[in-house]
Design a protein around this ligand. Structure first.
Ligand code: NAG
Ligand code: NAG
Length: 211
């Protein structure tokens, strides 16, 4: 048998709790709607980005050095004069993105020491396009460290020097009518062999790109 004196206070407590819940409900359901709306928005934006990514399928740019030559090379009392020419092949493999090159800088270094620098004119590269950039760089009486000067002279005696070619480009990708944010491409084409014997076949060097 149920004891009426025991069950009554328990019922009262349940009613009080229900009243408290009823008072709290409008606030918590509003919060829930806001949270669901935010989550929904995140999912929709995420899906949109994913779909855009799948349609555009961005591919990385590819640079290679296709040719290099050297003229007027002279090294004297640890100073060097030299004219370098490079043919840099810039490939944009993207089907749906063209590239705006807003600024391009090229530099040449013996080992870690930069000896020549130049800028190239800005250009727009269409989709799936190969553009060969012709870069001319001049070293005029550039001081070298004693050990580097000795090393470069030894390379010269062997008939070829190796230089590190660096490219730094400010670019923007364009997808449809949308120009994306500016990016800086830093490329290193390591140990490009330049022969002093013209007519010797050039060994193509691949560049490492960072952007
Ligand atoms: C480099 O060329 C300049 C003239 O353009 C000359 O004064 C200088 O002595 C040359 N330096 C070397 C190392 O040949
Ligand atoms: C790449 O684009 C440049 C500039 O628009 C153009 O002159 C060149 O012919 C194109 N090259 C190829 C291989 O389509």
């Amino acid at each position: 048998m149920a004891n009426p004196f025991r069950s009554r206070p328990a019922n009262t407590t349940t009613q009080q709790q229900q009243q408290q819940h009823a008072a709290a409900r409008p606030k918590s359901s509003l919060l829930r709607i806001v949270i669901f709306a935010i989550l929904g928005l995140i999912v929709i934006v995420g899906l949109a980005v994913l779909i855009a990514w799948l349609i555009v399928k961005p591919k990385r740019l590819i640079y290679t050095v296709e040719d290099a030559s050297i003229r007027n090379f002279n090294i004297n009392s640890d100073h060097v004069n030299s004219s370098f020419s490079f043919a840099i092949r810039a490939y944009n493999p993207n089907k749906r993105m063209s590239v705006y090159y807003d600024a391009v800088e090229v530099s040449t270094a013996f080992d870690g020491q930069t000896v020549a620098f130049n800028t190239l004119s800005p250009f727009h590269q269409p989709k799936r396009n190969v553009t060969v950039l012709e870069a001319q760089l001049e070293s005029r009486d550039v001081a070298l460290s004693k050990s580097l000067s000795k090393d470069v002279r030894a390379q010269r005696a062997q008939g070829q020097v190796k230089v590190n070619l660096r490219i730094r480009a400010r670019i923007r990708f364009k997808v449809g009518a949308i120009k994306l944010r500016h990016q800086t491409v830093k490329a290193l084409c390591p140990a490009v062999p330049i022969s002093f014997h013209s007519g010797k076949s050039f060994q193509i060097t691949e560049c490492d790109l960072d952007y």
